[in-house]
Design a protein around this ligand. Structure first.
Ligand code: SAH
Length: 200
């Protein structure tokens, strides 16, 4: 493959790093608010904490090692030009969805499985379309990571780590919501899908 058919690695790195900075900027005000809210029900098990560390490694630490050091260079791969553009489009959609779900969830957001004091069930805004828009945004994010970070280790670490967390967490989260909100959540589950409207 000659140089013109691929996107320049430093361009890809700049796109990825600015996406990561944007995601931090979006989350920051909610994270600060979240600390003030008292926890009423805590399902934050050791497994949940371990999963969070795994996802931070896969989506932040390994990509940053790839961007700022030469250590992972032996595992690089090269994708055609379209992959860079597709990754950038996925990234923008993921960031929008990330912002939108934080905005609509408001004070009810927490990084692990918890119910806050005064927790309300959100079924409006983006939550009217799907039950897990924040996780949908992270799936898109991880797909973008594999397209932009063309490296077998740092590129795929996102999909693998978040995939494991998603599979292990999703039914526990819905079970917790069912226990907390009963019939209201049951009805909400019946009229919505998890990640893609009408589909999945
Ligand atoms: N799974 C959701 C939220 C992720 S944040 C999404 O992907 O958009 C995780 C926390 O959000 C959970 O601990 C739970 O307390 C809370 N939560 C999940 N769905 C909710 C809803 N519809 N209304 C209010 N809180 C919700």
């Amino acid at each position: 493959m000659n140089g013109a058919d691929t996107m320049d690695t430093s361009t890809l790195k700049v796109i990825f790093t600015s996406g990561l900075v944007s995601a931090f900027a979006i989350r920051h005000p909610y994270q600060r608010e979240n600390k003030k809210n008292k926890v009423a029900v805590d399902r934050q098990t050791t497994r949940e904490k371990a999963l969070l560390v795994l996802v931070i490694m896969g989506t932040i630490v390994l990509p940053l090692i790839y961007v700022f050091s030469p250590w992972l260079i032996a595992a690089n791969y090269q994708l055609p030009l379209w992959a860079g553009y597709l990754g950038a489009i996925f990234f923008v959609v993921a960031l929008w969805l990330f912002w939108r779900s934080h905005h609509d969830l408001g004070k009810n957001w927490s990084p692990t499985l918890q119910i806050r004091e005064g927790h309300t069930l959100v079924v409006n805004g983006i939550y009217q379309k799907i039950r897990h828009p924040m996780y949908a945004s992270l799936w898109l994010w991880c797909a973008a990571q594999a397209l932009l970070i063309q490296n077998w280790i740092a590129g795929l670490a996102g999909i693998i780590s978040f995939g494991i967390m998603y599979v292990l967490r999703i039914s526990d989260e819905e079970e917790m919501m069912l226990e907390q909100f009963g019939e209201e959540y049951k009805a909400y589950m019946q009229r919505t899908k998890r990640l893609i409207p009408y589909l999945l």
